[in-house]
Design a protein around this ligand. Structure first.
Ligand SMILES: Nc1ncnc2c1ncn2[C@@H]1O[C@H](COP(=O)(O)OP(=O)(O)OP(=O)(O)O)[C@@H](O)[C@H]1O
Ligand SMILES: [Mg+2]
Length: 491
């Protein structure tokens, strides 16, 4: 198949070349014909007018120039030769012969001959250089990188198709604009400093942020090179840019994930959470003392303050319990655990979220489920991610109950299975095979890491996680964890 395609391609190319050849020789003949006719007309007119050899030579030179500009070296050389012949035959003594007697005429003919060849070759050379430039520009269009040339006033003088694709402006729209004004470029340092580096070292590299035509931002790894003329004077800057928007997004998302789990972050939020009930305890305690210190202590007020103190202490204790749980996240450890207990813990933690979104959360947990070996915090994170996704998938549902059901049971082949079923939008089948890919999200505020984290955790536990749409509406996400053998292996 590949070879066939390759052969076809070759044949296609060969055919194109042959066709090009025919077209070219036809156009050479046409130019030659047109040139010869115009020489004949000019000769006739000049002869009738009795024009001098110098005037006729000048007229012929213009014709040679025109023929050269039409692009055929062969025809312009041929026209030069014909013109010299005509000049000699019709305009130098003796007329109507190819003999030249006067020395002056020999000089004129030689001058004409040399000039017409110089004109022909200069035009030909210029056209060749232009073709080379065009080819080079086409080569630059093959790269996916953006390639932009700027003059010393930062005006865009070249803009390849990579730049068109990256920024959205076509070449003719971008040329002539000042680059950083068109692209609203944000530089990592002051532009003057960057230019100083460029002038001193001839190059600069860095990450910049440009605004595309549609208003979105593109992070770009940009490499600048200074172009100098033969005297060493800077004449232009060549900027090559690689789109790193996606890479930046991934980096930022990863940073956010690791930030969430960093000890510093945990410490700060714990301090903040506990400071509140502690401050309340202090206030109520002080009030208590005031009521007791009265001549006639107001025991009712004391009792109310003590009650409030107890409530706040309870809150602080709950926070400490959660922190203990989270603290294990930092040093993951596999322990024997009851999956049902873990599910219940997560449900308590997500209670507020569930109420806020008007969701009916139910659990059908099999009794006497065997223990599994796992990292408590990581598995809690899996259940949390699945429940959160379920809640989010139902957030737009108004015409039916928002129901989230968590089930656990034991499979025949030695696994505990947990399923999280929602009555939400269901999985869009176009994305079904991408759900677990890192950073795949359909939510404007989503990071797209939830399910990929779930997968890596479950993989590390020797289980499997998958998703399917329900027969009616909504989706069900399930995962398995191997049960610990009766002997308690692994402990
Ligand atoms: N219960 C569900 N019903 C329908 N689609 C879902 C459900 N759960 C996940 N998805 C789809 O899978 C995508 C990826 O989910 P994932 O949890 O990994 O990322 P996210 O929820 O978009 O963002 P985040 O990383 O903040 O959790 C979601 O954007 C959504 O399109
Ligand atoms: Mg999610």
């Amino acid at each position: 198949m590949k070879n066939l395609l390759a052969n076809d391609g070759w044949r296609g190319m060969h055919a194109t070349r042959t066709t090009n050849g025919i077209v070219q020789s036809r156009s050479v003949a046409a130019i030659l014909f047109a040139g010869a006719i115009s020489i004949a007309i000019a000769t006739w007119v000049c002869f009738r007018l009795g024009a001098g050899v110098a005037v006729v030579g000048f007229v012929y030179l213009i014709e040679v120039l025109l023929v050269s500009l039409m692009g055929s070296l062969v025809s312009s050389v041929a026209i030069s030769v014909i013109a010299v012949g005509c000049l000699n035959f019709f305009f130098t003594q003796p007329l109507f012969t190819f003999r030249v007697d006067a020395q002056q005429d020999i000089v004129v003919l030689t001058a004409f001959f040399v000039t017409s060849f110089v004109v022909t070759f200069l035009v030909h050379r210029t056209r060749q250089l232009a073709a080379v430039h065009r080819e080079q520009a086409q080569l630059l269009d093959l790269t996916h990188d953006s390639v932009v040339a700027l003059d010393m006033n930062d005006v865009i003088t070249y803009w390849n198709s990579g730049a068109e694709a990256l920024y959205g402006w076509k070449k003719h729209e971008a040329l002539g604009h000042v680059a950083d004004r068109l692209l609203h470029t944000r530089f990592p340092a002051a532009l003057e400093d960057i230019k100083k580096t460029l002038i001193e070292t001839g190059r600069w590299e860095g990450e910049i942020v440009n605004t595309r035509r549609d208003g979105s931002e593109a992070a770009v790894a940009s490499r600048w090179a200074l172009v100098r003329d033969e005297q060493g004077r800077p004449i232009a800057t060549l900027e090559t840019g690689t789109d790193i928007t996606e890479r930046k997004r991934v980096e930022e998302a990863l940073q956010q994930v690791s930030r969430l789990t960093s000890i510093g972050e945990l410490g700060a939020s714990v301090a903040h959470e506990i400071a509140q009930p502690l401050a309340a305890v202090a206030t109520h305690g002080a009030a208590c003392l005031r009521w007791i210190d009265r001549d006639v202590p107001d025991l009712e007020k004391v009792r109310a303050s003590v009650q409030r103190i107890l409530t706040d202490v309870q809150r602080a204790t709950e926070i400490v319990r959660r922190v203990r749980m989270l603290a294990k996240r930092i040093a993951p450890e596999m322990t024997r655990l009851e999956i049902n207990e873990l599910i219940s813990d997560v449900m308590v933690l997500l209670q507020r979220e569930v109420l806020k979104h008007n969701v009916a959360l139910r659990a059908t947990l099999a009794s006497k489920l065997p223990a599994v070996l796992g990292d408590r915090i990581q598995l809690a994170q899996v259940v949390t991610n699945l429940i959160t996704n379920g809640i989010q998938a139902m957030s737009t549902i108004e015409d039916r109950p928002r129901e989230l059901t968590i089930k656990s049971w034991r499979s025949d082949d030695g696994y505990v299975i947990v399923s999280v079923q929602d009555s939400g939008t269901g999985i869009d089948l176009r994305h079904a095979d991408r759900l677990f890919e890192p950073f795949f999200t359909t939510k404007p505020e989503g990071m797209g890491v939830g399910l990929s984290i779930c997968r890596s955790i479950i993989d590390a536990h020797g289980g499997r996680v998958w998703a399917e749409n329900n027969p009616g509406y909504g989706a069900t996400f399930q995962f398995t964890i191997p049960v610990i053998g009766d002997s308690g292996s692994g402990e």
